[in-house]
Design a protein around this ligand. Structure first.
Ligand code: DSN
Length: 420
């Protein structure tokens, strides 16, 4: 980045510091990951310069022959990876992908049944300040009080009562396997479309470690940067008969020029996700999440729904005299990065919360395994037991430094950044 350093030393410094932060801290935010050098190369390429409104072979601009090639590869690889009939790889994000499906499948004011934000849903699934909640009538479903898992009987009852035009499955903080077959049956009973937002679990779905919604749902959306470990972006998969409607909803419906550098990077992501090593990685993500959940529960932390089937777990801090907000902030001071999260039936506000959400995709990318998960559970416990103790803070910070040092990240980038 010698040019950047010369022209804009402030941004250069911010990037250098962010690279260091990612290397030095323990990243447990369930929706984050560390993408590969290949993907970083593609996303910082000259493809960012190209306008390509339209679709491969049917663009509104000249000079699209090479970006067409990239987008075609991206589409074919997405279809192969997820065994999908049609893929639109242009959405800039998961929210844009969801927005395009809402506009393709529904009319303004139509009823949608979706997971409540407070139970682990997502903003774009009906939050009142989001487009989804503003322009559509969203009826929320929650979780069973007893199991803290999806209650398919309740979802069916709500579906019968409200007759939604679309039912949305998937969320941001649900640690258990989602039974897409049950969702399909509910949709068939009331004549609703099924939209699955698999953003969190896409890497697990791609490798067969979570049942796939693709054969069952009319529409599937995902981001590409969570378990999939690609660039920050979105994708829509759908049945062939909805292809035209989805494509029109994305462009010209809600977006202009697609980000061709990101599409090139998504193509690389899908290629890498088709390799055998990606499945080995995803298996370790699951093993690590289970190990972390067990280690924390042995230390007296209640894990929501008694465990996890995925890459994430929710820790209930009720009774620990600490809100999720305070816990996340004190862990951050110790260089352990997590996020506060509502737990099911939380009595606290979304700002304070009674829980923490922890995920293993990023640390697994660094090569960490069960031994490290146990060590991290101990470090988390040390901090949360004595959140104001400066000696504990210093000693945990030192342990984090040692642990992170054993699993270097972007080592060559850091070296290069310091050199120029
Ligand atoms: N904001 C993301 C998450 O953290 O889960 C979802 O898009």
């Amino acid at each position: 980045m010698k040019y950047l350093k010369k022209t804009d030393p402030q941004i250069y410094k911010a990037i250098l510091n962010e690279t260091k932060r990612q290397n030095d801290k323990l990243e447990l935010i369930a929706s984050e990951n560390f993408t590969s050098r290949e993907i970083l190369e593609a996303i910082s390429s000259v493809m960012t310069n190209k306008y390509a409104e339209g679709y491969p072979g049917k663009r509104w601009y000249g000079g699209c022959e090479f970006v067409d090639e990239a987008e075609r590869l991206c589409i074919e690889r997405a279809k192969k990876l997820f065994r999908a009939e049609h893929a639109n790889v242009q959405p800039h994000s998961g929210s844009q992908a969801n927005m395009a499906v809402f506009f393709a499948a529904l009319n303004i004011g139509d009823t949608v049944l979706a997971m409540d934000l407070r139970s682990g849903g997502h903003l774009s699934h009906g939050y009142r300040l989001n487009f989804s909640g503003k322009y559509f009538h969203v009826v929320p479903y929650g979780l069973s009080r007893k199991t803290e898992m999806l209650d398919y009987d309740e979802i069916l009852a709500l579906a019968k009562e409200y007759k939604p035009k679309m039912i949305l499955a998937g969320g941001s903080a649900y640690p258990r396997t989602i039974d897409f077959k049950k969702f399909r049956r509910i949709c068939d009973e009331v004549g609703a479309y099924l939209l699955v937002d698999m953003a969190h679990i896409a890497g697990l779905v791609a490798t067969g470690l979570h049942p796939s919604p693709v054969p069952l749902a009319e529409f599937v959306t995902t981001t590409t940067h969570k378990t999939l470990r690609g660039p920050r972006s979105g994708v829509i998969l759908c049945k062939r008969k909805f292809a035209k409607r989805i494509d029109t909803a994305v462009f010209p419906g809600i977006q202009g020029g697609p980000f061709m550098h990101t599409i090139a990077a998504k193509a690389v992501c899908f290629k890498m996700a088709l390799e055998a090593s990606f499945k080995r990685y995803q298996k370790q993500v699951l093993v690590n999440a289970k190990e972390l959940a067990i280690a924390l529960s042995e230390k007296g932390y209640r894990i929501v729904s008694q465990g996890t089937d995925t890459h994430l777990l929710l820790v209930d801090l009720t009774g620990k005299n600490l809100t999720g907000k305070d816990a996340a902030s004190v862990l951050d001071r110790a260089n352990i990065t997590v996020n506060k999260n509502l737990i099911p039936f939380d009595k606290k506000s979304a700002f304070l919360t009674s829980g923490l959400r922890l995920g293993t995709p990023a640390l697994t990318t660094r090569g960490m395994k069960e031994t490290e998960m146990r060590k991290i559970a101990t470090l988390i416990d040390d901090i949360l037991k004595k959140p104001r103790d400066q000696k504990t803070l210093a000693s945990v910070k030192e342990s984090v430094k040692r642990l992170a040092g054993k699993f270097p990240l972007y080592k060559d980038i850091l070296k290069e950044l310091k050199r120029v």
